[in-house]
Design a protein around this ligand. Structure first.
Ligand SMILES: Cc1ncc(COP(=O)(O)O)c(C=O)c1O
Length: 415
């Protein structure tokens, strides 16, 4: 696409849908999804994607995942309802997380997959099963494992104390419940080596608690690198592994472990990609509203914020492109791009040097995960989101929110 065509396209999107505006690049998303799935399935045929809804629950994205055969991974009743509304069968919804709501009972009754996070939550789930003895239920456990990660995670049931053993016994001594699977998720551990370690520990756990017949599934959570742009890769200061690297180091040993079992007894292997699938495939168009200099420091104010762009925009400079659409162009040096929120720390890009004008369009890349879903109604409502196909077609995915959308749940004094 020529520079002029990019400018024309941005101009027409902003004119039609307002600024800022998210763009979801659906065909590239699908291509990445397929190559991720292909690499992992090649190493273990019973591998399945369980898409992490919390990362970006835009219905269009979740519908694409469903059409590609993915499962839904949800962590609240709200997300469970989203998945049901989109037509996911309970058997293809994994209900995780530390605060499951009352709909957990409906999900378990319908044969859904559930991974329990604590002994207290297990007690609640088991009392429901006991109160409904004419039905059978399946329960999985989230294991809190130590792979040498830098923090003590609060998620899952501790496998280094008697808690995990207790949980297994509680499930197995409840007549109408079976222990169906094991789950873990380790944050801040994206290296291939850490995946190999998590796999090894989970296999040891599976052998211990399922010595004769494998569990129905083992779910390794998420945290693989996706295909990332050089600007993003440089932040991590390491060689970014490919999906094939993960498959070789962590998924192939899983196959080796269960190869001797007939296929129907081999467990399903889930991972729960979120940012891995999303990040690169959403960008955000925004507009420069003011450029000012204060005591030698240059600021460019944009009509977006760190809330639209996500925490990642404060961790490092996102991939950025300026589309010259305003004038007069100024030559800036070490300018900070700042958001609309009235917060001093709302700096969305640091040390920009180059030309810029009020009215220019600033395009941020890599904003697919934990962005639109985490935007609070602070100062401004949320902007629109559109889908762009590789043939250039643009269609609306989410309309711009209005002030009425924000205020409608508050109660007003009667006049
Ligand atoms: C249980 C669980 N699964 C999946 C994810 C998604 O992880 P990622 O965004 O690294 O793909 C998370 C993120 O926190 C999680 O807690």
């Amino acid at each position: 696409m020529t520079e002029q065509n990019k400018i024309n396209e941005a101009r027409s999107i902003l004119a039609k849908y307002g600024s800022p505006c998210y763009i979801f690049h659906s065909d590239e998303y699908i291509e990445n999804y397929r190559s991720h799935e292909k690499a992992l399935k090649a190493a273990y045929p019973k591998y399945e994607v369980a898409y992490s809804f919390k990362t970006n629950y835009a219905p269009r994205i979740c519908e694409i995942v469903k059409s590609l055969g993915g499962y839904a991974e949800v962590v609240s009743d709200m997300e469970y309802c989203f998945a049901k509304k989109l037509g996911y069968e309970n058997s293809r919804i994994i209900y995780n997380g530390p605060i499951k709501g009352p709909l957990l009972a409906e999900h378990m009754y319908a044969g859904g997959i559930v991974n329990i996070d604590s002994l207290d939550e297990l007690d609640r789930a088991l009392s429901y099963c006991r109160e409904n003895p004419d039905h059978t239920y399946k329960i999985g456990l989230r294991a809190n494992i130590d792979i040498g990660q830098p923090i003590i995670s609060r998620f899952g049931i501790d496998t280094s104390s008697s808690d995990f053993e207790d949980a297994v016994q509680k499930i197995r001594s409840c007549g109408n419940v079976t222990l169906s699977g094991l789950h873990c998720h380790i944050s801040k551990s994206r290296t291939v080596e850490s995946w190999a370690r998590r796999m090894k520990i989970m296999l040891e756990l599976a052998d211990r608690y399922f010595p004769d017949n494998p569990p129905e599934y083992i779910d390794l959570g998420s945290g693989m690198f996706g295909v990332i742009e050089p600007e993003v890769a440089s932040f991590f200061k390491m060689e970014i592994p490919s999906y094939e690297d993960y498959a070789r180091a962590a998924i192939a040993p899983f196959y080796e472990h269960y190869r001797s079992f007939p296929e129907e007894k081999q467990p399903i292997l889930f991972t729960e990609p979120g940012t891995t699938l999303d990040n690169r495939y959403v960008s955000l168009l925004s507009t420069v509203t003011a450029i000012k200099e204060v005591r030698g420091k240059t600021f460019a104010a944009l009509d977006t914020s760190k809330f639209n762009l996500g925490k990642i925009s404060t961790d490092f400079n996102l991939p950025l492109k300026v589309l010259p659409m305003g004038r007069p162009e100024k030559q800036l040096k070490d300018a900070d791009f700042v958001g609309y929120t009235c917060l001093e720390y709302d700096v969305v890009y640091r040390s920009y040097s180059g030309s810029l004008a009020v009215g220019d369009c600033v395009v941020f890349g890599n904003v697919g995960g934990y962005t639109n879903v985490q935007k609070p109604p602070f100062i401004l409502p949320q902007c629109a989101m559109v889908e762009k196909k590789s043939d250039g077609t643009i269609s609306l995915m989410k309309r711009t929110e209005t002030w009425q959308d924000v205020m409608e749940t508050y109660i007003y004094e009667e006049e």
